[in-house]
Each structure stands twice: as structure tokens, then as C-alpha cells.
Design a protein around this ligand. Structure first.
Ligand SMILES: [Mg+2]
Length: 169
């Protein structure tokens, strides 16, 4: 069970503050794209997310994008927000996260993964041994395989709350 649980849970990326990260010694974030920074497959950059990215950069937090999606989807979005990226990163396998960590040049204790899915993002971060900050998906999923995974996520989210976990709103 612990492998599937987030360290903390946020209503949106914009609820993750520099103070929160500083308190925990986090100096870098590995960012998922689909349903974390924008809607699935979208190139739109919500204003709230744009401001948050600026706030993170201003606070000296290093940022890198790691998505399981294809390069042609991830590259334009990463370019738009001015961040390096790893596409097709095969979360929950550690390879993509290890690559992102090498690019950041920081120890695991100083890195958190921010993402919206239990079976890719949470499991990946926990297997790799970094902090996992889960966010509520930005939009309802339309792809059948992700909708199915959402149903399977429910018991883990429930367990997170049962153990005293909170949602930062
Ligand atoms: Mg995602």
C-alpha cells in the first residue's frame, strides 16, 4: 500500500508553495504534464499554472518536465513554458526519473515528483525514492484506459485520507 500513496495531496499545482517546499528541503520538481499542468493532450497554459511556474522559478526551485506521453505532445508544451523535458519517460519505471534527476544534479531527498496519477506518478516516485506530490486531475478523463485507472485509484486515495492525509485546497 505505501508504494501507491502520495506524500501529500493538492487541489492544484498552484497550491504548492515555495514555503511548503523550503520546509521540506525540496529544491527541484519533476513535473508531469497531462492533467497536472494542463488538460490531457492540451497545449493551453492556464494562467494560474503560468503564474505558479513563475513563482517557483523566482523562488529558485529547479523544474523539469517528465511525461509518459510522446515527444510530439510534450516538446511544444515544454518549450512554451521554457523547461527541459523527458518525454516517453516510462513512469513508474525508474529510468525516466533517474534521467531527470541527473539533469537536475540534486540528491533524491531534494526532489519531488508532481503528478496526477497513482499508478504512474505515485508508484514511480515511491519506487524511485523521492517525495510524491499528487494533484487533483485538471479535467475529467476521456480516454477509456485512464478512466478505468481512476476507478482503481479510489481505494488508495481513501487509504491516504484514512491515514490522516489531507487535501491542500
Ligand atoms: Mg498525468
Amino acid at each position: 500500500m505505501p508504494l501507491f500513496l502520495p506524500t501529500d495531496f493538492f487541489a492544484s499545482v498552484s497550491r504548492i508553495t515555495p514555503e511548503y517546499l523550503k520546509q521540506r528541503g525540496i529544491r527541484a520538481l519533476i513535473l508531469d504534464v497531462d492533467n497536472t499542468l494542463t488538460e490531457h493532450g492540451s497545449q493551453d497554459l492556464p494562467e494560474e499554472v503560468e503564474l505558479w511556474l513563475c513563482q517557483m522559478k523566482a523562488a529558485g526551485i529547479s523544474l523539469i518536465v517528465a511525461s509518459n506521453n510522446f515527444k510530439k505532445r510534450v516538446a511544444p508544451f515544454a518549450a512554451r513554458i521554457g523547461l527541459p523535458f523527458a518525454s516517453f519517460s516510462l513512469k513508474p519505471l525508474p529510468r525516466g526519473l533517474a534521467k531527470a534527476r541527473r539533469a537536475l544534479g540534486l540528491p533524491k531527498e531534494q526532489i519531488a515528483l508532481v503528478g496526477d496519477q497513482i499508478f504512474t506518478d505515485a508508484l514511480g516516485a515511491n519506487l524511485y525514492g523521492i517525495t510524491m506530490l499528487l494533484v487533483v486531475p485538471r479535467a475529467e478523463d476521456t480516454k477509456w484506459n485512464i478512466r478505468f485507472k481512476r476507478k482503481l485509484e479510489v481505494p488508495f486515495i481513501r487509504h491516504y485520507y484514512k491515514k490522516g492525509g489531507k487535501l491542500h485546497e
